[in-house]
Design a protein around this ligand. Structure first.
Ligand code: BG6
Length: 490
């Protein structure tokens, strides 16, 4: 089965932070993949911008090295590479002075009428400076958009300030706030599963669902992002954005269409219905953790503070029990957990249905497990529906818990595109459905801020956990106190 590629209009993508980690690991490879897929049209250009002095040719060499490092050898097609590199340009600009901006304007004027996207893959502390320069140098055309990466603030006040800064220069419909989790195939599949099937939606509520689990587990540690991460921690880095976005897609009402405002209106209602966690219940509902030395990917690894080379109480793990105060979900716990240096890289959403009301089977049939729908984001994207069936063969009725298993890699012979590929093209198509609106980001902070405040007030410490495990024992107790368990990785 092949996927359908619809070419996009020609564009100029200006990547600020063009020599940074995100450009190298994600943006340049994603754009190259779109070239390979035949989605780019003439005269599309990709313009790297950063403070480093470099010629176009040097940036082409940089791009080539990045592609070689981050793509498989069989993905590097010589003819396509040559075409892609011919699209690459570079301008050295300084966010804080006028240096380089006239050159950028001259370059962009050559493509005046095509779509223009500015991607801010830089520290949020210079978002405002760059936005102002873009305006002052008259770089905004009718079809200009700006893409911003997280972190959008470190609390509600700073997020509002950042949104105001960008909002002074760009209109909301020009601002694309990226949450790359929304570009993941399985996350979009969640919408297909819920709203393109009649089967699940009637059951998708507190009458039939016992609880929901969302796990985003990573096996990596700090990956050199020491300065950023130690000031952020897992709640800000993963929960405020990625995990709450997943929760919204699980819990939202059916939007009237896939139109950006329709979807985002529904997600916003979920965020605003989250039961507050404050000083009164924070200890019961949240667990903070920090990894200690242990083993990961088969080898010994240092603990967080050894990697940091400093004492710190920043959490690298968080588990939360929350609820959504509305008619559909009242009383259904949502257990969320995420952490670094866990036993494996695994992200999944588990919809745990209620047990059957009465068993007609005798004791010999064995235990009857409740149904579960497991939506696996990574690795091995797919969906598993856990059911009870009869064990085959004679000899009475014995029941067995099995899964109807759909692995996307096995079912479809297409490469699973990286989230950025889809999202970068959505910017060009001006489709904001998978991007966060200002009020969503702020509603998420509005829920997260009291947790941060409560942690500080009561001095809730990060509990140590051994690298390569599933986090602190308190996270297991958080769910087991309620007579439930975290879904076993299978
Ligand atoms: C980023 C976080 O947003 O997401 C990182 O800042 C994290 O800390 C990453 O490692 C995880 O993304 P993925 O796509 O690898 O699950």
């Amino acid at each position: 089965m092949s996927s359908q590629i619809i070419p996009v209009e020609p564009f100029d993508y200006v990547v600020f932070g063009g020599t940074g980690d995100l450009a190298e690991r994600k943006l340049l490879p994603a754009l190259y993949h779109r070239q390979l897929a035949g989605q780019l049209t003439e005269p599309t250009r990709i313009i790297g911008a950063s403070r480093t002095a470099m010629t176009d040719d040097e940036y082409r060499q940089y791009t080539l090295a990045a592609l070689k490092e981050h793509l498989k050898a069989e993905e590097l097609d010589e003819a396509q590479l040559a075409k892609f590199l011919a699209r690459i340009f570079y301008v050295a600009v300084d966010a804080k002075s006028d240096q380089g901006w006239p050159q950028l304007k001259t370059l962009l004027d050559a493509g005046k009428d095509i779509v223009r996207a500015f991607y801010l893959a830089v520290s949020p502390s210079i978002f405002g400076d760059i936005a102002d320069k873009i305006r002052d140098h008259k770089l905004i055309t009718k079809s200009t958009r700006i893409v911003v990466e997280k972190p959008i603030g470190r609390d509600l006040a700073s997020a509002q300030a950042l949104n105001d800064t960008i909002g002074k220069v760009f209109k909301e419909e020009q601002i694309f706030r990226i949450d790359h989790y929304l570009g993941k195939e399985t996350v979009q599949n969640l919408m297909a599963l819920r709203f393109a099937n009649a089967l699940y939606e009637p059951l998708w509520n507190s009458a039939h669902i016992d609880h929901v689990q969302i796990t985003v587990a990573e096996s990596v540690g700090l990956e050199g992002r020491v300065t950023y991460y130690d000031k952020a921690g897992a709640l800000r880095d993963m929960v405020q954005n990625h995990i709450l976005q997943l929760l919204c897609l699980v819990a939202m009402e059916a939007p009237s269409s896939l139109d950006a405002e329709a979807v985002r209106d529904e997600k916003l209602k979920v965020l605003r219905s989250l039961k507050p966690i404050t000083g009164a219940n924070v200890e019961k509902r949240t667990v903070r953790g920090q990894y200690r030395a242990g083993a990961s990917a088969g080898g010994p690894v240092n603990g967080y503070q050894e990697e940091l080379e400093a004492a710190s109480d920043t959490e690298t793990f968080v588990a939360i029990k929350t609820e959504i105060n509305n008619w559909r979900w009242a009383g259904v716990p949502f257990y969320l957990r995420t952490g670094k240096r866990l036993a494996s890289r695994m992200s999944e959403i588990v919809i745990a249905f209620k047990p059957i009301p009465h068993s007609i089977f005798g004791e010999g049939a064995g235990r009857i497990e409740a149904n579960k729908l497991v939506i696996r984001l990574q690795p091995d994207e797919g969906v598993k529906q856990w059911l009870m069936i009869k064990d085959p063969g004679p000899g009475g009725m014995r029941l067995r818990h099995v899964s109807l298993d759909m692995s996307f890699a096995q079912a479809f012979e297409v490469r699973n595109p990286d989230a950025y590929e889809r999202l970068l093209m959505d910017v060009i198509r001006s489709n904001q459905t998978l991007f966060m609106r200002r009020d969503e980001v702020e509603a998420a902070w509005n829920w997260v801020d009291p947790i941060l405040k409560a942690w500080e007030e009561i001095g809730q410490k990060a509990q140590g956990y051994t690298s390569g495990t599933w986090g602190p024992s308190q996270a297991i107790a958080l769910i087991e106190r309620d007579g439930r368990t975290w879904h076993e990785n299978d």
